[in-house]
Design a protein around this ligand. Structure first.
Ligand code: PGA
Length: 323
């Protein structure tokens, strides 16, 4: 028999309120919940207020500027996670019953893979028009947080951490190359040394990026330090800064896929480059993935290679600047 409170919650709380609460509790912020859900902040507050009334106990408490969960809030947050996990599983079963006709595919990918995955999604969605895809793009470290929170069906990244026990499949090379403005004096030189490169003003990806970590590791191994002048969390911003003559950088070759040989950027011939990273598609080990996710995984392994070849061809011109 339900207690009075359980009955009250079931009667008055809505699934939408629980969803709003889950996001607010995860971020410990109504403002960030409003942003994630595309709602206004007063709407979030109102939903939480009504849910609090249905529960009959405060769910959050404000201490100074920070928001904390009360004991009831913590309990409800854990309950919400279980409910939404079960609902997602149910959704997946329904989608599987419907075959590849309908359903959702949630992907979490590293910033750099953004140059490849959307291009692959085009033909995939064309082939399976009933599928709705959500693509979350973030850097390596933040992607690891998403994995620990079990937020997506599949993840794409270079470095697969052991401790997360992921099932991973290699699908594409991700070479990291040194980029400079095409008028840079080093463009004409062959086998530039790392020591020489270290003298150039360097534009670096932000902390948490695996591209950054790969570059840093190479220079550390050689006992060299880079002259980092700027940091950006966007590959595109780095390319613009190079075009503007602000310095050199190391980025994935894939960031150049649509660049064309007439652009402002050139690939330098530097010893120890390219750094041969690889991309993997993964899911959490032991997790039952949907038919849609399995189909996309296979699609990546075949079509991903084709995209790789295209990138090699379109970027070949960027190395031709040399004599
Ligand atoms: P990043 O990750 O975009 O965070 O640098 C790159 C990668 O994992 O390939």
């Amino acid at each position: 028999m339900p207690t009075y409170n359980e009955g009250q919650i079931l009667h008055h709380a809505t699934l939408h309120q629980l969803q709003v609460f889950e996001v607010a509790a995860r971020h410990r912020s109504f403002t960030r919940a409003a942003e994630e859900l595309f709602l206004t902040q007063p709407t979030v507050s109102m939903q939480i207020k009504q849910l609090t009334k249905a529960v009959g106990l405060p769910l959050f408490e404000q201490v100074g500027k920070r928001l904390f969960l009360t004991d009831a809030g913590e309990n409800l947050y854990a309950t919400c996670n279980r409910i939404f996990e079960q609902l997602a599983e149910f959704e997946m079963k329904v989608a599987d019953m419907k075959g590849m006709k309908q359903g959702r595919l949630k992907l979490g990918v590293v910033t750099t893979a953004n140059y490849v995955i959307p291009r692959l999604l085009g033909p995939f969605c064309h082939r399976y028009p009933g599928i709705q895809v959500s693509l979350n793009v973030t850097n390596h470290d933040r992607l690891l947080d998403r994995i620990s929170e079990n937020r997506d069906d599949l993840y794409i990244l270079s470095h697969v951490p052991q401790q997360l026990e992921l099932q991973s499949y290699h699908f594409l090379e991700n070479p990291l190359v040194v980029l400079a403005n095409r008028n840079h004096p080093l463009v004409k030189e062959k086998r530039v040394s790392l020591k020489r490169l270290a003298l150039e003003p360097f534009i670096m990806r932000e902390a948490g990026s695996y591209t950054r970590r790969s570059v840093q590791r190479l220079f550390d191994e050689q006992g060299l330090s880079l002259d980092i002048k700027m940091e950006f969390d966007s590959n595109e911003a780095i390319k613009q800064a190079i075009a503007g003559g602000m310095g050199v950088s190391v980025l994935s070759l894939h960031t150049l896929a649509l660049e064309g040989a007439s652009g402002q950027l050139a690939i330098l011939d530097v010893e120890n480059f390219p750094i041969e990273n690889q991309w993997y598609v993964c899911y959490i080990g032991g997790k039952q993935i949907s038919v849609i996710a399995q189909t996309f995984l296979q699609f990546l392994q075949t079509e991903g290679r084709k995209i790789g070849q295209q990138t090699m061809e379109t970027t070949r011109g960027l190395e031709m600047v040399r004599n």
